[in-house]
Ligand binder design. Structure first.
Ligand code: AMP
Length: 387
């Protein structure tokens, strides 16, 4: 271990972005007596509420990210739509993990796919789309259905459309072409399951992967993560090896979250990377002996990382703003928490809007089936939807 880059407790971690991921990172940091300063324009943001300091400035301000680096010993970011030039500016004054070059690769779908191909990783066949005729010839090569996506600034299904028929090509192109970003089109993968794995890698090159999660989306937003996934152990092991390989090949220091499709033949195709903690890793807070957030604190501090173990089957359900809708503003947490194995995590967001991630529930149980049943029931009870 490189003792020179070891940051002892009492040192300060800078976090660009003040959402729920930053909040849970700050809480994990505090547990080990590290301090945090958050850069986020919203002074009431979830991470700012639990941090030692906040710079209420725009993410795109290079002066603000330099100031963050001056105030802290190491800097990270909790979302990837942050301005990469601001991250580079912070890196002039403090170590930034993962590096701005990892960020640049992962915030642009074309760069990301090309990096994955270069690393020998399988992805859905895709084409770059710069014109309508590019999309028309892609349809000849890839066949419908296809998924047209903006290369940047797409998340939770925003900026993407499924093209099921050739007649829809022109209309779909018109809808996305005005977005001031490049486009990419992919073959539609008739996957049997979506899974994700998070890998941590230290500056010295040590890697550890978390147990993969099976992810179910609703309206393009993660709804449920089930751990372990209901697929053969050999596929789970392959997913872990693949995530570790990607972390090494991209030279990631920090966390890399790898979303994959599992095909009917149990082949793994990587869909997307995120160089940060991930919603599908929230189960680790209660299901593993080390959470994704603690693991990231360890990387940032230059400490050894843990070999994370799942101690019980665990299911996470997201709590979106909808849960507040029919409850006069107070979901029935007491009834949800009557159930065994339930942990409630809320993000301190004042305004519960539809689709907004307000919190999550983790359930640990003896079997995946029990955890899934209890998690769904707990959310329904909070939502006051169960009898
Ligand atoms: P993404 O923003 O790329 O993570 O896509 C959001 C969701 O859309 C994924 O989790 C999948 O459910 C679906 N999706 C994206 N790309 C494809 C594809 N090529 N084939 C099938 N489904 C896809």
């Amino acid at each position: 271990m490189d003792r020179d880059s070891l940051l002892n407790p009492g040192s300060t971690i800078g976090i660009i972005g003040g959402g729920q991921l930053g909040r849970m990172l700050a809480i994990a940091a505090r547990q080990m007596d590290y301090r945090t300063v958050v850069l986020d324009p919203d002074s009431g943001c979830p991470a700012g509420q639990v941090s030692d300091g906040q710079l209420a400035e725009p993410y795109s301000s290079r002066d603000a990210s330099r100031e963050l680096a001056r105030l802290t010993d190491v800097v990270t970011y909790e979302f990837e739509n942050v301005d990469a030039d601001s991250v580079s500016a912070a890196a002039e004054l403090a170590p930034v993990h993962p590096s701005s070059s990892v960020l640049r690769t992962t915030q642009h779908r074309l760069h990301e796919k090309n990096a994955l191909l270069k690393a020998g990783v399988s992805v859905a066949p895709f084409r770059q789309v710069q014109s309508l005729s590019d999309l028309q010839s892609a349809a000849v090569d890839l066949g419908c259905p296809m998924v047209l996506k903006t290369a940047t600034e797409g998340y939770d299904g925003k900026g993407q459309m499924i093209i099921t028929r050739e007649e829809d090509i022109e209309h779909s192109y018109d809808l996305l072409a005005g977005r001031k970003t490049e486009l990419i089109v992919e073959q539609f993968v008739p996957f049997k399951m979506e899974i994700s794995t998070i890998c941590a890698r230290t500056a010295a090159g040590q890697t550890q992967t978390f147990p993969p999660a099976e992810n179910i989306h609703r309206n393009h937003i993660l709804d449920v993560s089930i751990v372990p996934p209901r697929i053969p152990d050999s596929v789970i092991e392959n997913a872990r090896l693949l995530a570790a390989d990607i972390a090494v090949q991209l030279d990631v220091v920090g966390l890399i979250s790898v979303e994959m499709f599992v095909t009917k033949e149990n082949e793994l195709l990587v869909n997307e990377l995120a160089p940060r903690p991930h919603n599908s890793g929230h189960y680790t807070m209660d299901g593993c002996d080390t959470s994704q957030f603690e693991q990231l604190v360890r990387v940032l501090a230059g400490l050894p990382i843990a070999e994370p173990k799942l101690h019980s089957p665990t299911v996470m359900v997201n709590l979106l703003g909808e849960v507040w809708e029919d409850t006069d503003g107070d979901p029935d947490w007491a009834r949800a928490l009557e159930l065994p194995g339930v942990s409630l995590h809320l993000y301190g967001k004042a305004e519960p809007r539809v689709g907004r991630k307000m919190g999550h529930i983790n359930v640990v149980a003896d079997t995946v089936e029990d955890a899934l049943y209890i998690a769904t029931e707990a959310r329904d009870r909070a939502w006051r939807r169960s009898r």
